[in-house]
Write a protein that binds this ligand. Sequence first.
Ligand SMILES: C[S@@+](CC[C@H](N)C(=O)[O-])C[C@H]1O[C@@H](n2cnc3c(N)ncnc32)[C@H](O)[C@@H]1O
Length: 252
Amino acid sequence: MTEKVKGNERFNEEAASWDSNPSVHEASSLALKSILSHYPQLKEPNHLDVLEIGCGTGLLSFGIASYVRSLTAVDQAEGVIDAFNIKLAAQPDIRNILPVCAELSDPNDERIRVDPLSRDQLQNLTPRKFDLILSHLVLHHIPSLEETFEVMYGCLKKGGKVALTDFEDFGPEARRFHPEAKMDGVMRHGIRREEVGKMLEGAEFVNVMVETAFEMEKWVEASPGAGVIKGEGGAKMKFPFLICMGRKEGDC
Ligand SMILES: C[S@@+](CC[C@H](N)C(=O)[O-])C[C@H]1O[C@@H](n2cnc3c(N)ncnc32)[C@H](O)[C@@H]1O
């Protein structure tokens, strides 16, 4: 069984309970705050078409939706897209999000051509390009970041940007971000700022910047495999998160 399929199984299994973990809510709120402070244009009247890769159950997606014209929210795990759709159906006023179950390997993928605001126009669609690509807590699951950054580049309009957030690999202790039982699909223990910066440049992005976005305290296993105890007898650690930014050359 490949790492990717095992990772999908993990997210399909966890989909229904994902939102009951306070630390994933906290990480998404902090990521949203960081994205809004680095991309003030999001606060102008909603005109941006945004693609989110690895949306999960939509914790960041539902937060960002009110700042954008449209949000195409992609995830490769069917179970999390089902959970996303249930949440979306319960909020009929939100009309600008389209969840899509896909692992993108082609920027011209037909599944992301549909404009969330005009879902009935399903025929003869030309490739759709985006102003901004987001991805939160996903890069550490992706086997080839080089390939994914090339796909992201191909999905952007000229002048379009990426804002990718994930925890930092600050050394061997970064492994403790995940309990030992949840390592399926974990390709790296966080991202490294210089490495990701070079990879974004290698994919032709300009104005590349990788900065500390925020720091978050999280319950961890006191010893490998001991399980996470939240409260007395448990252990907590602070994890730095990075925001990785870059622009596709040209004007929007
Ligand atoms: C740790 S979860 C984060 C979900 C969400 N962003 C959040 O913060 O709650 C990682 C998600 O990325 C998805 N994922 C991993 N690799 C992906 C890829 N190449 N394309 C689309 N989704 C991917 C997984 O299925 C999973 O739902």
